[in-house]
Design a protein around this ligand. Structure first.
Ligand SMILES: *Cc1c(COP(=O)(O)O)cnc(C)c1O
Length: 384
């Protein structure tokens, strides 16, 4: 049986609804800091065997296929762009286009697993706090599965994401204040209602669902890439990316891990600071890239730990660099990404002199530009 394993103390637990964090390590939790006792899913040997045989990333998830929602998620294209290669001088440069998920962002990978798990456990309501994409994702995937979705969003979330949630029929509660406030309110609500929490990092399945993206990258390339660029806010996507590559290694299909570059906005760089100093200090976030704008990166300790363990790098980009990269990506590749997703390219452009032009590079493009037209217009006014 797959199990939960605590990322801090290594203790194992059965996978159960309403068990979110390691009961031991979460005792250390202080207010206004990243989560302690984040749990990881550990697949069993049978799953690794099945994966080796059939090469299906879903076989490494802790929910059987019959429970998943009808709408297909993942299996997004990985492609080489000649224009971007010429522009950057990198022959082996690839785009993993996760804007092509059903609700327009990589978050669908996590919603898909959480939705399937809720169905498997007979839970009818799922709730979460989100700056937008996790909310619209859970709303859409939940709609496909016929589940009740309750969402707490900060008042400054981009309009398209809110409209998207309401289109899908979710109960949207707009919270005065920021994402951190919405996060706490959502947890209070979940306790009262016995709804399943899809708060990012809090529910271990939000990390595990996202690992399918890196397993797909490995399968599509037929080998481990050398460098992968990942935008980082709460640090859940990057942890999922590491977990997926770890699964590939644990399945015996590769002997090495890629080098991963976590890319943060200068005005929301909590994980870079944990990585550099070993400790967390709250700072009010400020960046145009709303999906990576977080004051308390919920998965900050785990994400920084992975970067350390595998000798990754955490880099910062300015809002101007992000908006410029958004336009370059649109015009060189045809992929219109939201600012947070364009941060991958901004990060790559910033450090590419330090990478050998022969190495393979994958840019993870996490969300669609149509989700935040205001920022895209601003990019055109400034750099178009
Ligand atoms: C959520 C999100 C991110 C950041 O992911 P984290 O898990 O918060 O680090 C990046 N890009 C997009 C489009 C997102 O929706």
């Amino acid at each position: 049986m797959p199990e939960y394993i605590c990322s801090e103390c290594g203790k194992r637990y059965p996978i159960e609804p309403f068990l979110y964090l390691c009961p031991e390590c979460s005792k250390k939790q202080k207010e206004n800091e990243p989560l302690h006792g984040v749990l990881l899913v550990s697949p069993d040997q049978e799953q690794f065997e099945r994966f080796r045989k059939v090469g299906d990333p879903l076989s490494l998830l802790p929910v059987e296929r019959e429970h998943f929602p009808d709408i297909p998620v993942g299996n997004t294209p990985l492609f080489h762009s000649k224009n971007l290669s010429e522009y950057t001088g990198f022959k082996n440069l690839y785009i993993k286009n996760d804007t092509l998920n059903p609700t327009g962002s990589l978050k669908d990978r996590a919603s898909y697993l959480v939705s399937g798990f809720a169905r498997k456990m007979g839970i009818e309501e799922i709730m979460l706090a989100s700056t937008g994409n996790a909310a619209s994702s859970m709303a859409g995937i939940g709609a496909s599965a016929g589940q009740k979705i309750t969402i707490f969003v900060p008042e400054d979330a981009p309009e398209a994401k809110l409209v998207q949630c309401r289109q899908y029929g979710a109960d949207v509660k707009v919270v005065p204040g920021d994402y951190d406030r919405a996060y706490s309110l959502a947890l209070e609500y979940a306790d009262k209602q016995r709804a399943l929490s899809r708060n990012t990092a809090h529910n271990p399945l939000t990390i595990d669902g996202k690992k399918t993206v890196s397993i797909e990258i490995f399968l599509q390339m037929g080998r481990m890439p050398e460098n992968v660029f990942v935008p980082v806010g709460d640090g859940v996507i990057i942890a999922g990316v590491y977990r997926g590559f770890e699964d590939v290694v644990n399945a015996g299909l590769s002997s090495r891990m890629p080098k991963i570059f976590g890319v943060q906005a200068e005005g929301s760089d909590g994980i870079c600071r944990i990585y550099e100093t070993g400790s967390f200090e709250y700072r009010k976030p400020s960046t145009i890239a709303d999906s990576i704008s977080v004051g308390i990166p919920r998965n900050g300790y785990l994400a920084a730990g992975f970067l350390k363990k595998y000798k990754g790098e955490c880099i910062r980009v300015s809002d101007d660099e992000i908006l410029k990269a958004q336009i370059i990506l649109s015009q060189k590749t045809g992929v219109f990404a939201e600012p947070s997703a364009a941060a991958s390219l901004a990060g790559f452009l910033k450090v590419k002199e330090r990478i050998s032009g022969n190495e393979s590079v994958v840019l993870l493009i996490t969300g669609s530009g149509l989700k935040d037209i205001k920022s895209a217009k601003r990019a055109l006014e400034r750099f178009g």
